[in-house]
Design a protein around this ligand. Sequence first.
Ligand code: NAD
Ligand code: ZN
Length: 341
Amino acid sequence: MKALVKEKSEVGLKLQEVDKPKIKSDEVLIKVKATAICGTDLHIWNWDTWASKTIKPPMTVGHEFMGEVIEIGDNVKGLELGDRVSAESHIVGSISRNARAGKLHLDPDTVNLGVDRDGAFAEFVSIPFRNIVKLPDSVDDEMGAILDPFGNAIHATLSFDLVGEDVLITGAGPIGIMSAAIALHVGARKVLITDINDDRLSLAKTVSAVETLNPSKENIKDKMKSMGLKEGFDVGLEMSGSEIALDQMIDSMLMGGNVALLGLPSDTINLDLSKLIFKALNIKSIYGREMFETWYKGLALIDSGLDVKKVITHSFHYTEFEKAFQLLNEGKAGKVILNWC
Ligand code: NAD
Ligand code: ZN
């Protein structure tokens, strides 16, 4: 089969012929139809410090995908040939304290698809059946391919009660943009998203009726006044990984406000901890998706009319992968789909 492979310790990926995966008794084989490129895949492409420490070439990468079940292991339950599916890309164990307590997203033995084991940028991918999520008709193929980052947005955004609350999101990447739409859909009062890239702010506006601000050009305090905020935002969602953005968020929060941290800084950052403590902020770190509550909530919100599909800006055949990665590296895209049919 054809697959996008990190062949050697160097920048880029190669389109290669590799063996079709063999499934274990608790796994299914998926014929991949659509995949999406994640920031993680960009790190792997660019072979940065994190990637070179984590990835063991040669390896097929990619973890955001949807497709069709074409082979079923002997111990698989609840799935049939032909099912349209996506999957949770974090493959958890069963023996840690958290796994045994049912807190699967907190299992330290988690194996990541396309990072620790061969991934989904391929014609076929194998995965344990417990990771599979069946797709309802309300989710089309392209949306099915981005449920993983949509799930990051759902997990972070639904961490706190948002009804009637004012929300600040820093970072209008695909996850921040989807979070803004989710926050408005579930009843937040005012939602402001910030980014230093104006294209990203324009994209945010096409996905939802969020207020936008470029902090390198405008003052966030003035914007808060014009939005009718007196004391600060009730909820903050940090989705940029930027030290500056986090600092601006702390300054803009209401005392005792709730902050979810999802953005990953590329290096160690400076944080004025006393400022955070004197504001008595409640901080929650977000990793992955809650299994599988995040998936149920996300699909239910799509069913109830939430539509974030405009965050997908480009769609390519997998043979055009170089063009797709270039576009993302230039910061000129939202979510980018690679089709495998
Ligand atoms: P992305 O890199 O596409 O988006 C980040 C955005 O932040 C960019 O648009 C960038 O211009 C913006 N930004 C940079 N500096 C800024 C500043 N000072 N103020 C405001 N915005 C600024 O990423 P994404 O795919 O949307 O993911 C968001 C973040 O979440 C990334 O850091 C990613 O690595 C991380 N992530 C975390 C998890 C998790 O489980 N915690 C999962 C997936 C992604
Ligand atoms: Zn991802």
